[in-house]
Design a protein around this ligand. Structure first.
Ligand SMILES: Nc1ncnc2c1ncn2[C@@H]1O[C@H](COP(=O)(O)OP(=O)(O)O)[C@@H](O)[C@H]1O
Ligand SMILES: [Mg+2]
Length: 272
């Protein structure tokens, strides 16, 4: 077991050292947001919102340097569960050699943030697609302990039927950053942005059995993901993003009964 875990931790990153995506410099965001370092054009000529290990956080957290790790892990996990997210990449800054998390810019997403009235209007007119997405994201956020799903932490876009749909992004105040899975409660604090936002959203989109099922399905999928898959996700991110101790702890936890108990508790919350 020891040896297996050792070898699981030393696999080559997704893009290896041969074909790294690089960028020269980034434009500071100017958005005044909490964790975003800025925007960069990488060697694939695509534009990315980038976050590094040096970024600051809006509130005191256990592991502020693990923002890129949390973003990488949660984005990859969400993708595996069939939740729509922007493409993400590990990007290397040529000038200082630092690796940052890059979220590929969705040009079809609305650029300006929503105000509350616009948000309520979207909820009021929500299609079944959007309702299902919102429930799926809520279940996922509960699992990774994302405390910050406010109305502008969804990327909004329109499908060809004129319906508003979303992609999920911004996991900077989730998982490893706040000490998950060791130091977090099973369900999210009721005064978190995620819960406050959700209590409003739920009133509009409803809690029909078929929506709760969507949420439960996400948790079932998470339950079926094995530790090797998680190990691959961790192995694809740079060493500097997360200490070996924390990686090992996560893999042990993933393989433990505690993860199943957490999933069961969240399912109970979702079904209540
Ligand atoms: N993949 C993306 N596509 C389009 N816009 C993005 C993307 N990633 C980030 N942004 C923009 O950058 C802003 C800040 O990114 P976010 O990840 O929310 O950082 P923070 O943790 O600082 O809030 C977002 O509100 C959004 O406007
Ligand atoms: Mg944000």
């Amino acid at each position: 077991m020891e040896n297996d875990e050792e070898s699981l931790l030393h696999e080559k990153p997704e893009q290896g050292n041969l074909f790294e995506l690089e960028f020269n410099e980034y434009t500071p965001s100017g958005l005044g947001t909490a964790h975003l370092s800025g925007f960069a054009i990488a060697s694939d000529e695509m534009e990315y919102a980038v976050k590094g290990v040096e970024g600051s956080t809006s509130i005191p957290v256990q592991n502020p340097g693990q923002v890129p790790a949390a973003e990488w892990f949660c984005t990859k996990l969400a993708e595996l569960c069939g939740i729509a997210t922007p493409v993400c990449k590990v990007l290397k800054c040529i000038s200082d050699g630092e690796y940052v998390f890059g979220s590929r810019i969705e040009f079809s997403a609305w650029k300006s943030g929503l105000n509350e009235a616009q948000w309520l209007n979207i909820l009021f007119n929500a299609s079944d697609s959007l309702k299902k997405q919102m429930w799926a994201i809520y279940a996922f956020d509960q699992f990774v302990h994302n405390i910050d799903r406010h109305l502008n932490n969804y990327l909004y876009m329109e499908n060809s039927r004129g319906q508003v749909i979303v992609k999920t992004f911004d996991f900077s105040l989730s998982s490893f950053v706040i000490g998950w899975p060791r130091s977090t409660a099973i369900t999210l604090p009721t005064d978190s942005s995620t819960c406050i936002n959700w209590s409003v959203a739920k009133q509009f989109i409803g809690d029909a059995p078929e929506l709760r099922v969507v949420a439960i399905n996400i948790l079932d999928k998470i339950e079926r993901i094995d530790v090797r898959t998680i190990s691959d996700i961790l192995a694809a991110m740079p060493e500097q993003w997360m200490p070996p101790m924390h990686r090992e702890y996560l893999l042990k936890w993933w393989d433990s009964r505690d993860r199943i108990l957490r999933l069961e508790a969240i399912k109970a919350e979702i079904s209540s």
